[in-house]
Design a protein around this ligand. Sequence first.
Ligand code: CAA
Length: 268
Amino acid sequence: MITVKGDEMEFENLKVETTNRIAVVTINRPEALNALNEQTLSELQTVFTDVNNNDGVRVVIVTGSGKKAFVAGADIVAMQQLSALDARRFSKLGHELMRSIETCSKPVIAAVNGFSLGGGCELALSCDVRIASENARFSQPEVSLGVIPGFGGTQRLARLIGKGRALELLLTGDMIDADEAYRIGMVNKVVPQEELLETAKSMATKIIGKGPFAVKLVKEAVCTGLEMDLDRANQYETELFGLCFASLDQKEGMLSFLEKRPANFVGQ
Ligand code: CAA
């Protein structure tokens, strides 16, 4: 059940802490290795809806509680008895969340601290950047359960690592370790587990130091542009580049360079 205390939101299956404009969202169902049930999907959706319009948050980090799992998948206990219609609805809920993360106006970093399987892998794939701890493991094991991925795995994995490698993982259900995930471009960095959150926070802090308006448009240009043909995507970039010059951040960013001082961005 969701209650709101002042500015802080409280959830059944999440912990959300905002410090220095970095929101750390921790999926917290350790008894089920942080598996995603409907309640958890809804709570995550609430967070990302809030974050989109919350000026107090500039970067989001998503992680799992404990040292063993990021998210071990969609909740198999909850899925086992679903009818075809209910399964379709569950998939739609997952898809809506993943899309909200992907299109969130703030950068989202996945700090993958252990098993990232099925829906957990799909959650990581919908984030902008993935940092893995050395013990992280990735797989899309749905075929072992007689189903296919339902939160975008067949689409985002192929887009991120290419059709051949994605199909190999999707068809075999093989689990790969963090180094292999790094080698095939599934994760951006691999770090010792005790450094995971700090590494994610330090990347977040670096992003927060940049022009907020430009950061938002970079994400938009890449994510929207990838869905267009190259000519239209380049045109889109041109429009967004032009838009930057209507912002105070562009004036401050370029002036601060010429005055040889740090920029003081206002995010407008
Ligand atoms: N759903 C529900 N419960 C889960 C779960 C999941 N996805 N993954 C783990 N759990 C539960 C286990 O049932 C177990 O609960 P109990 O203690 O009550 O028995 C608890 O978490 C601990 O798990 P294990 O005892 O299995 O721990 P382990 O160390 O032996 O194995 C594991 C860890 C390899 C991650 C193993 O738990 C596992 O294979 N989990 C399932 C992974 C999976 O198939 N995920 C894909 C789900 S389908 C999906 O996600 C579809 C989609 O795209 C939408």
